[in-house]
Design a binder for this molecule. Structure first.
Ligand SMILES: [Cu+2]
Length: 286
């Protein structure tokens, strides 16, 4: 409960910033879940209620859930963001098994999809959505995939990732507590890929999961396809702020040749010097 409360505060801050940053086409996480977030109690008060709580491993199965508001009423109206009414991210607690799904909504507020969880264990679900008339929100829950989990150690920090014949190189370092710019460059067989395709309205979608507490960030690039200045590769630029120092697993979804692929990195976010001098208890509620 402590973790989820802390997370809601963080998301409150994120929602407050979202209105501003949306205009320039990116979501920047707040440097801190500070005092502004405390006064902003209207957002993020949503709960992901799994209808499916246990799934089989290694076989396709239905997954259903609802989003309920603070009164426990299912949310049935949503505002599309990035071409979908809701984005569902799933990772096992060891950050393996990443999935980015787009379930379908029925009239009663039940979301349904069909997917395969390859490995047993506890999975964290993150529903990333905008309730109609509301602000960007996030709700999380865990589901169990039957069988004994064979937890994997976090892969070592690396600035390159390979997927399906593509190599993605990460330039820049991720700072905790202040924004940093990172560029992810895509090559294939050693040649820069310059014809990335927009996927859900952007050349890349970056999800960062805190390896310690599974906190979640979803970041979009600093430019839009078709804006006249944003290249379709090889580089995709993001501005992001890690909420706290530590190891994160980054998942970059990008599309090329009509296929979406995910490149994964482990990064270690260091506390930025800019905020180093402030007492760490300052804006935190824990
Ligand atoms: Cu999505």
């Amino acid at each position: 409960m402590n973790e989820s409360r802390k997370f809601l505060l963080f998301i409150g801050g994120l929602a407050a910033l979202f209105a501003v940053t949306l205009v320039i086409g990116r979501v920047v996480a707040p440097a801190d879940e500070g005092d502004e977030a405390m006064t902003d109690t209207g957002h993020g008060d949503y709960t992901l209620e799994p209808i499916t709580t246990e799934l089989p491993a290694g076989t396709q199965a239905p997954l259903q859930f609802r989003i309920v508001d603070a009164q426990g009423t299912p949310v049935t109206e949503y505002t599309e963001q990035h071409e979908k009414l809701l984005h569902l991210i799933a990772v096992r607690h060891d950050t393996t098994g990443y999935q980015h799904l787009h379930p379908t909504l029925d009239e009663g507020g039940t979301w349904s999809t069909t997917t395969t969880f390859a490995e047993s264990g506890q999975y964290r679900l993150y529903a990333d959505f905008v309730p109609a008339g509301g602000e960007s929100a996030l709700a999380t829950a865990d589901v169990t995939v039957a069988g004994e989990a064979d937890d994997k150690p976090l892969p070592p920090v690396s600035d390159t990732a390979t997927v399906d014949g593509y190599t993605v190189t990460l330039d820049g370092t991720v700072a905790a507590g202040s924004p940093s710019t990172v560029t992810m460059s895509v090559t294939r067989d050693g040649a820069p890929v310059t014809d990335l395709q927009p996927y859900l309205g952007a050349y890349g979608h970056l999800v960062a999961i805190d390896a310690d507490n599974l906190d979640y960030l979803h970041v979009h690039p600093t430019g839009h396809p078709g804006d006249g200045v944003t290249p379709s590769g090889p580089g995709i630029e993001f501005e992001l702020t890690a909420p706290e120092a530590g190891d994160y697993r980054l998942f970059l979804d990008f599309q090329h040749g009509d296929t979406v692929r995910t490149a994964e990195f482990t990064v270690s976010a260091q506390q930025s010097e800019a905020t180093d001098t402030q007492p760490s208890e300052g804006g935190h509620g824990h």
